[in-house]
Design a protein around this ligand. Structure first.
Ligand SMILES: *[C@@H]1O[C@H](CO)[C@@H](O)[C@H](O)[C@H]1NC(C)=O
Length: 127
């Protein structure tokens, strides 16, 4: 119940125009947003901190030794400062369900770098 309230409050605070294409609240995920230094990824891509990319939490990614069906999908992530559209190119083994590990470029669009870990809500969107 508490997390649903948090989601509702965050959704209400988010940019109304970007929410207009959202169909159901059940499509939203919530968790922690962090950032990491991308290298060779579980999706077999090579990205940098300047790319708008994310590593998907292991429970959603699936087998982290394989290329997931989620590889290459895009996600719209909202944090305390704003939103970022990222491509899923990696798995985050230590992330719990709903969490994303972002490139620095993506993290800085949604929060101050010094915060390091912030609450996010996100959904899969068309790339
Ligand atoms: C990730 O890196 C690949 C090259 O390995 C590049 O083609 C792709 O554009 C990068 N993705 C993003 C979102 O920048």
């Amino acid at each position: 119940m508490k997390s649903q309230l948090v989601i509702a409050l965050l959704a209400a605070a988010a940019n109304a125009r970007s929410l207009s294409t959202r169909t159901a609240e059940s499509n939203l995920f919530s968790g922690d947003g962090t950032y990491f230094s991308p290298g060779t990824s579980a999706c077999r891509e090579q990205n940098t901190s300047r790319d708008l990319i994310a590593a998907l939490n292991a429970p959603q990614y699936g087998d982290i030794t394989a290329v997931s069906p989620h590889c290459g999908r895009c996600a719209l992530v909202r944090g305390p400062l704003g939103q970022a559209k990222v491509k899923i190119v990696d798995a985050c083994p230590e992330c719990v369900l709903g969490s994303l590990d972002l490139s620095l470029a993506a993290f800085e669009q949604i929060a101050h770098k010094l915060e390091g870990r912030v609450k996010i809500i996100w959904e899969f969107v068309a790339c």
